[in-house]
Design a protein around this ligand. Structure first.
Ligand code: ME8
Length: 597
């Protein structure tokens, strides 16, 4: 596990390296001066160990209802937020909706609604989904809020006053769906559904149009070497590593200045440029500032801003890893600590999209699979480095195998009245299971203990690098080992009237309950309801569920176990009810009947 003090030391070293390289970089005196003051600023603040943490999701476009991919971004951020709370951090977690821009203006027009009513409707749908899925955000921001307008206008004025924005003109390709400007190399030919030849973005496949406009430009080109210095000094700033390499490559290519406004005659639905009512601020500049708005910008914002971490999908990496840090450097503000990038959910190998009609409704699926089931599936199957294909069948199989049978089965065995008639956290007998091999335990049992003892550190390392699927894989492997331990010693065959058998039986249950306590504690960020049910059944109180409380199997080391002898919780309900795959059952009635027997 990386301790906070280690993190602080690392970031101080990185800042030192960056300070040195900033002096050497060939930027103009003005920018060099700005960079140095930003870095000085960050170095004094980042070196404070105040246990604060700030995590964000992207803010979601309100042109259409939420789909599974959106929930995925939110579940990852929620998991990291909950994990930080368990570590004892004061964590802040922001999500919300991105409501300005041409895409939203056109969607509202098509729906025949005024833009704000349209945005409110869809924003509420996102909020409803997140509340239903236990996304425990501490702030929900909408870019149409007054606090955000003020932050954006202030941010713009800072860049303007520093000479980083100038009046110019843009001529080139624009994708309204991506709200993105593209170079000729990023555009290709395609044919639309009516057979017309069109130009599309090679990356997203969305249609692009040629535009020529007078607007404001940001001096992005001036920041290239500073961005490179930042990344080289902070090799873990963009994770996973493959995306870090992608950004480094972009920064080695041409980095032209960026258009940061649109003519008001074309785009009315947005924040006007301060001092120029004929221009509207570019929606990405507007949207990115949301992270600062939540931090309290332009008033007191340092406490959160110095510890900001962003979760983003791979399609919006350039906006977050190139444009955003450049804007922040320009405004004299510290850069985010980490940009965690995830890949996409596809259906039938294709990215989910309304036009392809392959969108998976997360609300409907979370009713079918339960909220925790949905969260577990997304985090267990979603791999940040590459796309994952969604099928209902995969979800059924995984949840039944790992949550219902393996984890639920283990809890059921250890708490069933047949094996545990007193309904207590049974006693551990050191003679039956001594710390060195002997007694009635066998070599495999000691291997299992070793794996469970190391599990918290393994899991924390994976959570820390956003490889949640690896953490869940490790937990699942340990659950299997504990089931194997129970199976191997078949406590149901032991003779209760024999005192040594009785002690060994209680020990088997004690060890298994201790394993379950560790699993329940570590799973809290992923499946909060199931973990709560599990820990409550074990009699673990809310104040005993932090990562500092894990202390696995103290009795084997001759120490006291605070849980031993406690009465188990009274909720004897099933941990996770097996799911019925209705579609498959309909197609295969015989197989299902057999399976049920
Ligand atoms: O990009 N699988 O909003 P958005 C996984 N408003 N993730 C997916 C996905 C899929 N199939 N489809 C989309 C925006 N996402 C901007 C963000 S932030 C200042 C502004 C993810 O609603 C996508 O990668 O199009 C992104 O992280 C998030 O959903 C929001 O996408």
């Amino acid at each position: 596990m990386r301790t906070p003090s280690l993190l602080v030391t690392r970031s101080c070293k990185a800042i030192h390296r960056l300070q040195q390289s900033a002096f050497a970089s060939p930027v103009s005196a003005v920018y060099r001066h700005q960079t140095i003051s930003v870095l000085r600023n960050s170095s004094t603040i980042s070196c404070k160990d105040d246990r604060s943490y700030y995590i964000t999701t992207p803010i979601f476009y309100v042109n259409a209802s939420p789909h599974l991919g959106h929930l995925y971004s939110a579940v990852i951020a929620d998991c990291l937020h909950r994990y930080k709370l368990l570590q004892g951090f004061n964590s802040k977690f922001a999500t919300g909706t991105d409501e300005h821009g041409l895409k939203i203006q056109q969607a509202a027009e098509a729906a025949g609604k005024d833009p704000l009513t349209f945005c409110t409707d869809v924003s509420e749908r996102f909020k409803h989904l997140f509340n239903r899925c236990n996304i425990s955000y501490t702030d929900y921001i909408r870019t149409t809020e007054q606090r955000h307008h003020q932050a954006v206008k202030h941010f713009w004025s800072v860049l303007w006053n520093k000479g980083l924005i100038y009046k110019g003109s843009y001529e080139g390709w624009y994708s309204t769906q991506d709200e993105s400007f593209l170079t000729a190399l990023q555009v290709g030919d395609a044919v639309d559904s009516s057979g017309n030849e069109i130009k599309v973005s090679l990356e997203s496949g969305h249609k692009v149009e040629w535009m020529k406009e007078e607007n404001y430009m940001f001096r992005l080109s001036a920041f290239r070497s500073q961005l490179l210095d930042w990344l080289k000094g902070n090799p873990r700033a963009i994770q996973p590593e493959i995306f870090y390499q992608v950004v480094l490559k972009w920064l080695q290519e041409d980095l032209p200045d960026l258009s940061v406004s649109r003519q008001r005659s074309r785009l009315q639905w947005g924040i006007p440029v301060p001092g120029d009512a004929e221009q509207t601020i570019y929606v990405w500049l507007d949207a990115l500032v949301n992270y600062l708005t939540v931090a309290g910008y332009p008033d007191i914002h340092n406490q959160s801003w110095n510890v900001a971490h962003h979760i983003v999908g791979k399609d919006i990496l350039k906006f977050h890893a190139v444009y955003w840090p450049a804007f922040l450097l320009g405004a004299g503000l510290p850069l985010p600590q980490t940009i965690y990038v995830h890949s996409h959910w596809t259906v039938g190998g294709k990215k989910m999209s309304k036009s392809l009609g392959n969108v998976v409704d997360p609300l409907e699926r979370s009713k079918q699979f339960t909220t925790d089931g949905m969260r577990y599936f997304l985090l267990r199957q979603g791999v940040p480095d590459s796309d994952s294909d969604y099928t209902d069948d995969k979800a059924f199989k995984l949840l039944n195998a790992e949550l219902a049978d393996s984890l639920g089965g283990l809890l059921n065995r250890c708490t069933a009245p047949a094996l545990n008639p007193a309904q207590v956290y049974t006693a551990f007998c050191p003679q039956s299971f001594p710390s060195e091999q002997g007694g009635r335990a066998v070599g495999e049992d000691y291997h299992m203990l070793e794996a469970v003892k190391n599990l918290p550190a393994v899991v924390e390392q994976h959570y820390e690098s956003m490889h949640v699927y690896k953490a869940l894989e490790a937990i699942s492997a340990c659950v299997r080992q504990t089931n194997g331990f129970v199976q191997r010693h078949a406590p149901w065959k032991l003779e209760r009237s024999d005192i040594t058998d009785q002690r060994w039986l209680d020990t088997i249950i004690h060890v298994s309950l201790e394993c379950l306590r560790i699993y329940g504690t570590l799973l809290q960020p992923v499946v909060p309801e199931i973990s709560d049910k599990l820990l409550s059944r074990l009699g673990v109180q809310p104040g005993e569920r932090g990562l500092a409380d894990v202390n696995f199997l103290p009795k084997i080391r001759g120490m006291d176990c605070p849980f031993e002898g406690r009465v188990l919780g009274s909720d004897t309900g099933v941990l996770f009810t097996r799911l019925e795959n209705l579609d498959r059952d309909k197609q295969n009635p015989k197989k299902t009947k057999k399976a049920k027997k």
